[in-house]
Design a protein around this ligand. Structure first.
Ligand SMILES: Cc1cc2nc3c(=O)[nH]c(=O)nc-3n(C[C@H](O)[C@H](O)[C@H](O)COP(=O)(O)O)c2cc1C
Length: 388
């Protein structure tokens, strides 16, 4: 991809041009009035970085460790359901971009490419598998031994999506997942031929049908309405369920969607290896706290016992450094790389990661930092601590 995209917002604009309006809003917006979406950004922007000078930073680098293994930067690509709808085999493109950047990629439950194929063609990097629990719990759990057999390093159980999100714009746009022709979206589809033929057309030519959720063991022959009902999330999840998952999965277990230090502590008691402080990128609840604001209390509670990851709203390398300074071991991005892959496939996702790494590298120089491990709480100033 030409380096015409200088920042994540440029990739967002390119994605907007290529995708249908319905699909772009599905990826870009939050829920209800987009309050949480804006709040995630506001909270990060109101935190300031404190620089130190006259340190030789000429040998600085962004390398770090995650689960005791090296990463080229403390970043993970999070699960985003529509990755395979925005680009043909978009999940494989993201996996390859992550492998090249030396960071893990999380395969979403609702991917359109078989998980084994993503492992085979994903560039040999670190792969995590994300688990949603559908209305039929036993069917959902079939993915766990399958992911283990496929060789995934970690299982990411998302716990903040037990009820469907209130996304009124999706209803108005006629957007459904999997993508379907609806009376509202016909004009939107035919006025975006690059996406329609370049993505959907390629699935039809290659597979003989529209993209499907191939990693979910859904019964054959369900109508669209029955399929939606089948996928309806499961609001019976509880701590016993988490213990059951812990017993089923012997590798790294990550719980995503924590917004309270006490819940992080309970995860630690259940033997979970990492928590992701997340409000699902502002999608789960429009009144959610910004995860960056919750992070310090979680680090105080469990930071010495488990890996702490934060996400929601990270668009700049400086945002990532703020998360690390507040005690996170790593940051997850969802939209940053989703915009990249929507704009230009693997090169677009690679560009997103290059931008974030270059911004981190530059900002570390400004802050007088040589190594990620040297970032401390003293490098950030919270809004209530500002002198003016
Ligand atoms: C379009 C879209 C789809 C997503 N799908 C999933 C998903 O299937 N499972 C999940 O746990 N999180 C999902 N997420 C949330 C992301 O994993 C991540 O928590 C969030 O995007 C982080 O916020 P950011 O987009 O501001 O970086 C999705 C987010 C977006 C924007």
């Amino acid at each position: 991809m030409s380096p015409s995209a200088l920042n994540i917002e440029d990739l967002r604009r390119l994605a907007k041009r290529r995708l249908t309006r319905g699909l772009f809003e599905f990826c870009d917006r939050g829920s209800e009035d987009d309050v949480a979406l804006r709040h995630n950004r506001d909270a990060l922007e109101r935190i300031k970085l404190r620089s130190r000078v006259l340190n030789d930073t000429s040998s600085r680098h962004t390398k770090s460790k995650l689960f005791c293994k090296p990463v080229d930067m403390p970043l993970v690509i999070g699960p985003t359901g529509p990755a395979g709808f925005v680009w043909y085999r978009g999940e494989t493109a993201l996996a390859r971009a992550a492998a090249k950047a030396g960071i893990p990629f999380t395969v979403a439950s609702t991917s359109n490419t078989p998980m084994e194929q993503i492992v085979e063609k994903g560039g040999g990097g670190r792969l995590w598998y994300h688990l949603y629990v559908w209305r039929d719990m036993e069917v959902s759990l079939k993915a766990v031994p399958r992911a283990e057999a496929a060789g995934f390093e970690a299982l990411v159980l998302t716990v903040d999506s037990t009820v469907p999100y209130n996304r009124e714009f999706d209803v108005r746009n006629g957007t459904t997942m999997p993508v379907r022709l609806t009376p509202q979206n016909i004009a939107d589809l035919i006025t975006h031929p690059r996406w329609l033929f370049g993505t959907i057309g390629r699935y039809v030519l290659a597979d003989g049908h529209l993209p499907r959720y191939v990693n979910i063991d859904m019964p054959n022959g369900l109508s669209s309405a029955d399929a939606r009902d089948f996928l309806f999330k499961n609001d019976t999840l509880d701590w016993d369920f988490l213990k059951r998952i812990r017993d089923m999965w012997s590798r790294k277990l990550v719980v995503k969607g924590i917004l309270h230090a006490d819940d992080a502590a309970k995860c630690a008691e259940c033997g979970v290896d990492a928590v992701v402080i997340s409000n699902h990128g502002g999608i789960a609840s429009d009144s959610a706290l910004a995860p960056i604001a919750v992070l310090p209390s979680v680090v105080r509670e469990v930071g010495d016992r488990m890996t702490v990851i934060v996400d929601s709203g990270f668009r700049r390398g400086s945002d990532i450094l703020k998360g690390l300074a507040l005690g996170a071991d790593a940051v997850i991005v969802g939209r940053a790389t989703l915009y990249g892959v929507s704009a230009a496939g693997e090169p677009g996702a690679t560009r997103a990661l290059e931008i974030l790494q270059a911004e981190m590298h530059r900002t570390m120089g400004v802050m007088g930092l040589t190594r990620i491990a040297d970032i401390t709480r003293d490098h950030v100033v919270l809004p209530h601590e500002l002198p003016l």
